[in-house]
Design a protein around this ligand. Structure first.
Ligand code: DC
Length: 231
């Protein structure tokens, strides 16, 4: 069986991270969380006090980023050099910073190669904003996950509470709307649904239901790819 590339794009809180992790586990595929890469660049920038408008300095951070992922049970741990940054890159401050940092074309260009290298050989589920449009335009299975703003804000609040961060619904809803607007309207690689992506609305659906749906769709894509290889 050919091992394909599966992309899952969509706005914040649509369920991408959890769904991508579970789909990867069920397919025995690797997971590539591209948002964590942008978050780690933002984390370094904030720590070094590099301004969000300093495109080239931010791109330099991206180019030399020493990032590593480690799957540990159901956790996808992120390391910057030897230091684990899994929790620190998930704060609202870094969410906002990542959205600003990721709008720079130089930063996106610097991370393109890294993302493609991390997915070499296929058999990978990639999640982000532009993975089906720009990073892996030839991916065999593409999805665009969405949910209503309120559902997404509620999920984000629960996620933050789960890692011990304070969060309230109204502030989170405002932040999510601002971030989506910035991500969707930037000039380079904006968050848009790829023409060949399947749109999945996760509002009102259980996690297990969405994961089963995606896995079934990926299996159908794999069968199609294999049939065309044989033909
Ligand atoms: O998926 P996330 O919330 O961890 O992503 C954080 C930010 O990174 C998001 O607001 C926009 C940016 N991002 C991006 O521009 N392109 C990607 N492929 C992934 C994330």
């Amino acid at each position: 069986m050919r091992r394909v590339v599966v992309t899952i794009d969509g706005p914040a809180g649509a369920g991408k991270s959890t769904v991508a992790k579970m789909v990867a586990a069920q397919l025995s595929y690797r997971l590539l969380d591209t948002g964590a890469i942008y978050r780690t660049v933002a984390f370094v920038a904030v720590n070094r006090e590099v301004g969000f408008d300093a495109g080239q300095a931010l791109a330099d951070i991206a180019t030399s980023l020493d990032i590593r992922f480690e799957i540990d049970g159901d956790r996808n741990r992120v390391f910057l050099g030897d230091r684990e940054v899994s929790t620190e890159i998930r704060t609202p401050e870094i969410s906002k910073a990542a959205s600003h940092v990721s709008a720079h074309p130089e930063v996106r260009a610097a991370l393109l190669d890294l993302q493609r290298r991390l997915a070499v050989g296929g058999g990978v589920v990639v999640e982000g904003r532009d993975t089906g449009t720009v990073v892996f335009p030839n991916a065999e299975a593409k999805f665009f996950l969405t949910a209503s703003d309120e559902v997404r804000a509620r999920r984000r609040v629960s996620e933050l509470h789960a890692i011990g961060q304070p969060a309230d619904l109204q502030t989170t809803l405002t932040e999510i709307r601002e971030r989506d607007n910035r991500d969707a309207t930037r000039a380079v690689a904006p968050m848009v649904q790829a023409v060949d992506a399947e749109r999945i609305d996760t509002s009102g659906r259980s996690l297990d239901e969405v994961v089963a749906d995606l896995v079934a769709r990926v299996h159908r894509k794999i069968a199609k790819v294999n049939a065309s290889v044989v033909a």
